[in-house]
Design a protein around this ligand. Structure first.
Ligand code: ATP
Length: 355
């Protein structure tokens, strides 16, 4: 089932939580909603579920307007960060719950419920633990149980709000891989809220980045990473060095240095920022190449990478952070205090919006 969000706005008092949000999720897609705390992710999810009413705009499922439909009639499955499994029920009974409370006539027989719970527990790999209570499960097992419970009512749409938020990094990683595989098997249209960019890029077919209640970018994971649409997205997705300057033929002039950036399509004399990720620098000895003159101020090994802090003579960018594969750096035999030349290998340019 597809989901269309058309011009949704929502205020809480004077606070604009969502501002003209438009979004389409195709049938069977897995979308990540990504953004900083308070940007409106949960509010949007609650509006799609029918737990919150928008002030303006329309929600459609497969083209049908469901904006005024009750949550019960939308056939939406939820999984929240603070899984609310019923503590006094076994895992089996938790998963069966949604089917047992169906209206008479829609309610499956107890044999059908037993078979369905069995299938679901197999799907989430918890078959052996059906008679355990939630307190006897690990955090990751509880999240998988919550997912089985959400799937039990055969939802048209699955909404996951930070489903792995409370878990440690290792468990999160294995659960998100598992969620991707599960999605590939079931193809339920799903929206997954997270503030963890790595999780979003790893799991989703498409990543939607929200900022202050507006969509900043809606793109494939590789594109949001390689071509962030705005400085906000660039900074939000990972570390970056920002160079502020003025465009001219051949590049961006920053404190007297010309950074080689493609500026042709923008024109000359415009205020702009160029962003360079720490991994996107070539570092060489002085005299071998032209670029930004710098001094190696600090070098630290962090696993497979060397993290470098370089001091420049540029007033506006006195320090640059760069990262190299640890082996490459070791082979260069550089010491702290040595002069080097930095050359950006990939730059993203943003001309000021009102320039
Ligand atoms: N019922 C409410 N009454 C008043 N303000 C609210 C209400 N619900 C949400 N807000 C505000 O709306 C904004 C968006 O909240 P929302 O929960 O959607 O953000 P979020 O992106 O999910 O954040 P987080 O990642 O921290 O969960 C926040 O500033 C929040 O304080």
């Amino acid at each position: 089932m597809s989901i269309e969000i058309e011009q949704i706005s929502k205020r809480f008092g004077h606070f604009q939580a969502l501002d003209d949000v438009r979004l389409r999720v195709d049938s069977g897609e897995l979308i990540a909603l990504l953004g900083p705390s308070g940007c409106g992710k949960t509010t949007l999810l609650r509006i799609i579920a029918g737990l919150e009413r928008p002030d303006a705009g329309t929600v459609r499922f497969d083209g049908r307007d469901v904006t005024d439909d009750h949550v019960r009639d939308r056939k939406v499955g939820f999984v929240f960060q603070h899984y609310a499994l019923f503590a006094h029920m076994t895992l089996f009974d938790n998963v069966a719950f949604g089917m047992r409370v169906k209206r008479r006539g829609e309610r499956p027989s107890s044999d059908q419920i037993k078979a369905k719970v069995g299938q679901l527990l197999e799907l989430v790999q918890l078959s052996d633990l059906a008679q355990r209570y939630p307190a006897q499960l690990s955090g990751g097992q509880r999240q998988r149980a919550a997912l089985a419970r959400a799937l039990a009512v055969e939802p048209n749409v699955l909404l996951l709000d930070e489903p792995f938020g409370a878990l440690d990094a290792q468990v999160r990683k294995s659960l998100r891989r598992w969620l991707r595989r599960l999605h590939d098997e079931l193809h339920v249209t799903s929206i997954f809220v997270t503030h963890d960019q790595e999780e979003a890029l790893d799991v989703a077919d498409r990543v939607v980045i929200l900022n202050r209640g507006r969509v900043e970018q809606d793109d494939a994971p590789q594109r949001v990473w390689a071509q962030p649409a705005t400085p906000f997205v660039h900074e939000f997705l990972g570390e970056a060095n920002c160079f502020r300057g003025t465009t001219e033929a051949g590049g961006l002039r920053v404190d007297g240095i010309l950074l080689p950036v493609a500026v042709q399509r923008h024109g000359n004399g415009l205020p702009a920022s160029a962003y360079v990720r720490p991994t996107d620098f070539d570092i060489s000895a002085p005299g071998t190449a032209s670029g930004i003159d710098a001094t190696l101020a600090q070098a630290r090994f962090a696993g497979a990478e060397a993290k470098l802090l370089l001091r420049t003579r540029m007033r506006s960018v006195p320090e640059i952070e760069a990262r190299l594969p640890a082996r490459t750096f070791a082979d260069m035999q550089l010491r702290e205090g040595d002069p080097v030349v930095l050359r950006p290998t990939h730059t993203q340019l943003y001309v000021d919006a009102n320039a």
